[in-house]
Design a protein around this ligand. Structure first.
Ligand code: NDP
Length: 512
């Protein structure tokens, strides 16, 4: 997911590589302002963290167990009274110092993200910028969080207070590790909540560095804690009785489990889940922009993007021209070392995931798709990358709506091209999915653009662009793609609750 400053991130930057060896030797927990080794070794399994570009082990740790989870939740609970009693202005000022500190360490955070996730460095810089934007935006909103006053008969009145929820849990996926941690924590903390954050076991590093930056920038101990672990650690968090809210980013099946776990305590939840979004390209569009939009909708972060427009519906009359231009641009995408400034396609998160994506492409071929380019494992010339998990961007033509690769989220660089004849037909087909995260349309007819979008069953839509996420825009899904919204002022709503206070200015009117 991107903010709108893409090309400026391509500029070469001085290399710093200053992340502490402690982070690389073992991704630890960060509880109450201190790094700590997960203690519940016997109950849980080891976690091995790979550099996906080299297929090498970076470090190992163990999954946190119930003792660690309890300590983290307790630290957040203890920190809540002090943090929530600060004024929004005071909290905002601290969040601004975090943003400023990240600006000083942005390259370090971006490089750590590349090492852990495999995405190209310029994309990691976009993600870090999005964290900075989120902190600055929510720092600005913090002093504005306020209630209403409501006049009642006889001079009595009511007022409302917007209060924080308490201890919030954030659980993140591996595709945007630092961005997800930032998007969840900035509004949560701005509202006066405290947080325990669990990154994915595949990408544990950047959230830990983020916690250290929070701490050194004036966020009090216990306000933001990081706990390492696998799904079971996540489950210990989501079922913990002292947790008031869970904000989750991940797959639909895990989202369903979390919803069920939260039901026991009626915890508040935000779910940002998967998608299989439609991108509709009409014959009257600017075709060069539509080609760029389709690439942004499919190939960022090796296609591992929840909101990707992976079902590309092209009006039949321009299909040949669209494909010719698309293939011409894809052939120039450099695949390889994600630390190189000119790399456009980095490494998939893991060998297993790469094989899963290849399996979808093989399955599509068997079901009749015509592979126009890519969809193969790539071995870059640099011998140090020969064990990396690289895939070439793939375009699948001759697709039909019933193919598995057209119905299921592949989460890799695989674009399915479908054709259509009429607006009515394409809207119906675009909506024929259990997902509803995103959707887009390319057309020069403004009326049609708005009409099509109004009929799409998707929470996040684009006209004549795709996959841009300015921090002011609420982000989230319809149908099984999620519940609630992140970003914008919607995030503030989701991290506060409203208290109503009736104030009597006269005598109590009582029939007894
Ligand atoms: P998963 O659902 O497998 O995991 C997400 C997180 O949940 C991980 O930290 C995972 O831990 C943890 N987890 C797993 N099981 C449980 C459980 N029972 N209780 C609590 N936590 C649990 O998703 P992926 O990490 O594979 O991410 C890919 C998915 O995320 C895709 O479907 C994608 O579309 C979606 N996504 C959605 C976004 C959105 O904003 N809508 C953005 C980014 C991704 P561990 O990894 O350690 O097992």
């Amino acid at each position: 997911m991107l903010c709108p400053k893409l090309t400026c991130m391509l500029r070469p930057r001085p290399r710093t590589r200053r992340f502490s060896t402690a982070i690389l030797s073992q991704p630890l927990n960060f509880i109450n302002g201190t790094r700590s080794i997960p203690t519940s070794h016997n109950e849980t399994e080891n976690i091995t963290v790979f550099n996906p570009a080299k297929g090498e082990i970076i470090c190992e740790t163990v999954s946190s167990g119930s003792e660690d989870v309890d300590r983290a939740v307790q630290a957040a609970k203890n920190a809540f009274p002090l943090w929530s009693q600060l004024s929004g202005f005071e909290r905002g000022k601290i969040l601004l110092s975090v943003a400023n500190r990240i600006k000083e360490r942005r390259e370090e955070l971006a490089e750590l993200e590349v090492l852990d996730n495999g995405k190209p460095i310029w994309e990691a810089r976009v993600d870090v910028q999005s964290v900075i934007d989120g902190l600055e935006y929510n720092a600005g909103l913090a002093p504005t969080i306020s209630g209403q006053q409501i006049q009642l008969p006889g001079g009595s009145f009511a007022y409302t207070r917007r209060e924080p929820l308490g201890v919030c849990v954030g659980i993140g996926a591996w595709n945007f590790p630092v961005q997800i941690a930032g998007w969840k924590s900035a509004p949560a903390l701005a509202c006066g909540n405290t947080m325990v954050y669990k990154p994915s076991q595949f990408t544990p590093l950047s959230a830990l560095l983020l916690a250290e930056i929070y701490n050194e920038s004036g966020i009090p101990d216990g306000v933001f804690n990081v706990i390492q672990g696998q799904g079971e650690t996540g489950r210990l968090l989501t079922s913990h009785h002292d947790v008031a809210k869970v904000s989750f980013t991940g797959s639909v099946p895990t989202g369903k489990k979390i919803m069920a776990d939260c039901a026991g305590d009626i915890k508040k939840i935000t779910l940002e889940l998967g998608g299989k979004s439609p991108l509709i390209i009409f014959a009257d569009c600017n075709i060069d922009n539509a080609v760029k939009g389709a690439m942004l909708a499919n190939f960022m972060t090796q296609g591992e993007v929840c909101s990707n427009g992976t079902r590309v519906f092209v009006e039949q009359s321009i299909k040949d021209e669209f494909l010719e231009k698309l293939l011409d641009k894809i052939k120039d995408m450099k695949i390889g070392d994600p630390m190189a400034e000119d790399t456009m396609v980095g490494a998939m998160i893991s060998k297993e995931h790469m094989e899963k994506v290849l399996g979808y492409i093989e399955g599509a071929k068997l079901q009749g798709a015509n592979i126009l380019c890519g969809g193969e494992r790539v071995y870059p010339e640099d011998p140090s990358l020969s064990n990396g998990y690289f895939l070439s961007p793939c375009v699948m033509d001759n697709c039909t709506d019933d193919m598995t690769a057209v119905q299921e989220e592949i989460f890799g660089p695989a674009m399915a091209v479908l054709t259509f004849e009429t607006e009515e037909e394409v809207i119906k087909r675009a909506n024929a999915t259990k997902f509803g995260l995103a959707g887009g349309v390319f057309t020069s007819d403004l009326t049609r653009g708005h009409r099509v979008i109004a009929n799409l069953q998707s929470g996040t839509c684009f006209i004549n662009n795709y996959n841009l996420y300015p921090i002011e825009m609420p982000f989230g899904g319809y149908k099984q793609s999620g519940l609630g919204r992140e970003l914008g002022t919607s995030a503030i709503d989701s991290y506060t609750q409203t208290k109503m206070v009736y104030v009597e200015m006269g005598d109590v009117d009582c029939p007894y």
